[in-house]
Design a protein around this ligand. Structure first.
Ligand code: 3PG
Length: 306
């Protein structure tokens, strides 16, 4: 049985060593493909893998078809928009994620982004404080909840919108529940996005929502760049000179956006939400344990292609 880690953006050494220990401890063969630069390298590496651990690496239909022995693929992280689930299902491959394991890293980055933008990207000039401002959390899942809890420590008012979480559950945690998404945008100085990239959410954050934000509003995106309707975002930024936007990770057009809007926008060059030593270890080891558990007991708890 061979377990392959294929990561264009590698885990830390400590995480890789931990994964190796779990895999070899279970009696399986361990292999890595790190910092690969072409899809061909990935296609060759997966050829004899029985299990695959990835991060944001694209597991396309081509990859699935090249992986003749593959039985399980685990996305070490939350969002699994990089996996071709239909292709996995057709081939009888179990696809999983590791929910919650890197949430705190992303939540801390969201707070960091808010402060960074409130302080003019750490350049001279008068900034503002988070205290007393309203934070609107779009999607109250693992990350959204942590952002709420951290933001409370800064004295922010917390509002959230999530049609999949019962109102009482959010209220029990001191969150003001927005009845509509429009209300969330209308009442929030900061909007923090925690929605996955799906057919329904892609391009969904655009003019209608952003133009409703109060004066000085800031959109914080640690979710996925695909959920933003970039054309409409640019239109709002042109119309509203008070609005700000910060994103992990920047799109291909970001250089032009940054040039036009200067200190009102910022984008990380590479996605760094989950780039902490702790998140690497948590998500990487969870992925390895889930694989061993699947092979030894058949546990499919975190399967996402059911
Ligand atoms: C996730 O969905 O878990 C995060 O976006 C982390 O992605 P990464 O593993 O590519 O850093």
């Amino acid at each position: 049985m061979k377990v392959l880690i294929a990561t264009e953006k590698p885990f830390s050494k400590v995480a890789v060593d931990g994964i190796r220990k779990i895999v070899e401890g279970a009696g399986y063969e361990f292999a890595t493909l790190e910092k690969y630069t072409s899809a061909d390298e990935l296609l060759a590496a997966v050829a004899d893998a029985d299990a695959l651990i990835v991060r944001s690496d694209k597991v396309t239909r081509e990859v699935v078809e090249a992986a003749k022995n593959l039985k399980i693929v685990v996305r070490a992280g939350a969002g699994f928009d990089n996996l071709d689930l239909a292709a996995c299902t057709e081939k009888g491959i179990v696809a999983m994620n590791t929910p919650g394991q890197n949430s705190n890293a992303v939540a801390e980055l969201a707070l960091c982004f808010m402060i960074y933008m409130s302080r003019n990207q750490l350049t001279p000039g008068t900034g503002s404080e988070l205290k007393g401002k309203t934070l609107g959390i779009q999607a109250y899942g693992n990350v959204g909840r942590l952002v709420a809890s951290h933001a409370r420590g800064f004295g922010m008012n917390i509002m959230a919108f999530d049609p999949f979480v019962p109102t009482e559950a959010m209220e029990a945690e001191g969150v003001i529940v927005a009845k509509t998404l429009e209300e969330l945008y209308e009442k929030s100085h900061f909007i923090s996005l925690h929605i996955p990239a799906t057919e329904q959410t892609k391009n969904s954050i655009g003019y209608n929502l952003l133009s409703r934000m109060p004066k000085g509003g800031c959109l914080v995106n640690t979710a996925r760049k695909e959920v933003i309707n970039e054309e409409e975002l640019i239109k709002v930024l042109r119309e509203r000179e008070d609005l700000k936007y910060i994103t992990d990770v920047a799109t291909a057009n970001h250089a032009a956006i940054a040039e036009e809007f200067g200190k009102r926008v910022y984008g990380t060059p590479k996605k760094m939400g989950a780039e902490t030593a702790e998140a690497n270890v948590n998500a990487g080891l969870a992925a390895a344990n889930q694989i061993v558990d699947f092979f030894t007991t058949g546990n499919k708890r975190f399967q996402v292609n059911k």
